[in-house]
Unconditional design. Structure first.
Length: 529
């Protein structure tokens, strides 16, 4: 049986940008659009060309890019009341965007038409029909039926009339919108089937656009597809207003990998999805959602010893798909909840030959350190060094004799307010003592600068390494300023990134410990190339 293609409509650049804390520059929008086109997204909605100059510039610039078979859509509303479509500035802006596809949104709910737009129901139908007819002359037209499910529940006959008005005037797609995100999956399926039946005499296709206010947007979208919808609208990572839109990453993964009889992206591989998800997070300056299905860092992370023991023998016991299918990877975590299987999986590269006594020593040390506030889940480099120390294979590249950090205010020396941080360190490298100092933007930056300065001649490969993230967390807040501090440092070079950890009641000491581990990991890694 041939798989039924479900077209994917992405509105990250418009609906997604309405999410709290999300703001895309023009270059951001162009970059995201190109990434979406690369993986084969069918429709890419760019924004509302009458909204702001940035969206006008986007539609001008995107025409210069090669997006393959992806269609760019301009988005806008029906004409204003008591105005002809050809005279309406919004209608003109949509035409002037010169996109191959236009998405028109109109009111489906009778209550919305009369109470918000303040128009009669007949006038609302005229606004939809005349706007659709004007826009469909030069572009493929998608009609977004706003509040369709609320409208159908309130007045089913009128809701269908709004769809027919758009389809009869030239719309080739009708997207049923669960705008408030409050409809349940069984009702989505039922009403979608009823709408398709009511429109069976028209040559039009049905889409679905769900919001996630009840955390049912994915389930609702899949229910609509099962009812006959052939297009799904949403955003990458589900970003958007209030609780967001449906997450297209999850929808595509479910349609292509879990459900039977459907295909997406022209049956292309889904391996770019994890990278695409993280690219959009980074571009939007948002934190990754670690527990995001399919592409999250924790989606295939295993911590419990029983789980790790099982997946080492048969991965599908605790993984519903091969993570590589969506470009993700399995992660084995280590903690006080771990068993010997976790240690064995993580320490495999150290060739410990299933030394049960050594595994128990490593596990015991992990339990002891976690009781002090350590967490190795995001500090794999520190764990690797711990394994080396316990197994007797660790050889330090330098030893710390002492370090000192001074920070203060230079305002008394200058008319301009300023602060300073200086670090002084004394190290032993082999039989040589090194004494150096450096300034930095804060005490940790100063320590990093001084350490690199002292080691530069002996270990020039450190020039390839840089620190990319620095996080501080109080381990036990009830102790106030005497509480232990956990410091996590993320570092990278041109080949990989790695995490290290330090814990102490002294934030400088915790930071130094994590910093030393970061440098030592780089040096050990360079030796083993």
């Amino acid at each position: 049986m041939n798989a039924k293609p479900i077209l994917i409509y992405d509105t990250t650049l418009r609906d997604g940008s309405q999410g709290e804390g999300v703001s895309f520059s023009l270059q951001d929008k162009l970059n995201i659009a190109e990434r979406l086109a690369e993986i084969g997204i069918d429709f890419i909605e760019g924004g509302y060309p009458l909204s702001n100059e940035k969206d006008v510039a986007f539609f001008r610039e995107i025409k210069k890019r090669n997006l393959g078979n992806s269609k760019v859509c301009a988005f806008g509303m029906t004409r204003r009341k008591s105005m002809k479509a050809e005279d309406d500035p919004g209608m003109k802006a949509l035409v002037q965007a010169e996109t191959p596809c236009i998405t028109l949104v109109g009111k489906t709910w009778d209550y919305h038409a009369t109470e918000v737009l303040r128009v009669t129901l007949d006038e609302n139908l005229a606004m939809i029909g005349e706007s659709a007819e004007f826009l469909a002359r030069g572009a493929e037209l998608i009609y977004d039926a706003e509040h369709f499910f609320d409208g159908y529940n309130a007045n089913p006959e009128y809701a269908i009339k709004t769809l027919r008005a758009a389809a009869s005037a030239g719309a080739t797609w009708l997207s049923l919108c669960d705008t408030n995100g409050g409809t349940l999956p069984e009702r989505i399926r039922e009403v979608t089937e009823l709408a398709i039946e009511a429109l069976s005499d028209l040559d039009v296709q049905i889409g679905i656009h769900c919001h996630n206010d009840c955390e049912l947007a994915v389930a609702n979208s899949l229910a609509a597809v099962d009812a006959g919808a052939t297009q799904v609208q949403g955003t990458i990572n589900g970003i958007g207003e209030r609780c967001g839109n449906v997450d297209l990453i999850t929808v595509m993964s479910n349609l292509a990998l879990k459900k039977k009889g459907y295909s997406v992206l022209g049956s292309r591989s889904l391996t770019p999805l994890t990278e695409l998800s993280r690219f959009v997070y980074e571009t939007a300056n948002l934190q990754w959602r670690n527990n995001q299905p399919f592409v999250g860092q924790s989606a295939f992370a295993h911590k419990g010893g029983m789980h790790v023991h099982a997946i080492n023998k048969a991965a599908k016991t605790y993984e519903h798909i091969d993570p590589a299918l969506v470009g993700n990877e399995r992660r084995i975590l280590v903690s006080e909840l771990s068993g010997r299987s976790n240690i064995a999986a993580l320490a495999n590269k150290h060739n410990l030959d299933d030394d049960r006594e050594l595994m128990d020593k490593i596990l015991g040390e992990v339990v002891r350190l976690e009781n002090q506030g350590y967490q190795f889940e995001n500090a794999g480099a520190s764990f690797d060094l711990l394994v080396k120390r316990i197994s007797g294979t660790y050889k330090p590249h330098f030893n710390t004799i002492k370090y000192r950090v001074v920070a203060g205010d230079r305002s008394i020396e200058s008319e301009q307010p300023s602060v300073f941080a200086e670090a002084i360190i004394k190290l032993k490298v082999g039989e040589t003592l090194w004494f150096d100092a450096a300034e930095g933007h804060g005490p940790i930056n100063a320590l990093d600068a001084a350490l690199r300065k002292a080691l530069a001649d002996e270990y020039p490969m450190l020039a390839e390494m840089r620190l990319t993230d620095y996080k501080v967390r109080v381990v036990e807040s009830s102790s106030g300023t005497e509480a232990s501090i956990r410091v996590n440092i993320e570092s990278c070079d041109e080949h990989e990134s790695w995490g290290t950890i330090g814990v102490s009641e002294n934030i400088i000491e915790a930071s130094w410990s994590a910093l030393v581990d970061a440098v030592e990991y780089k040096l050990h890694k360079s030796e083993n190339k």
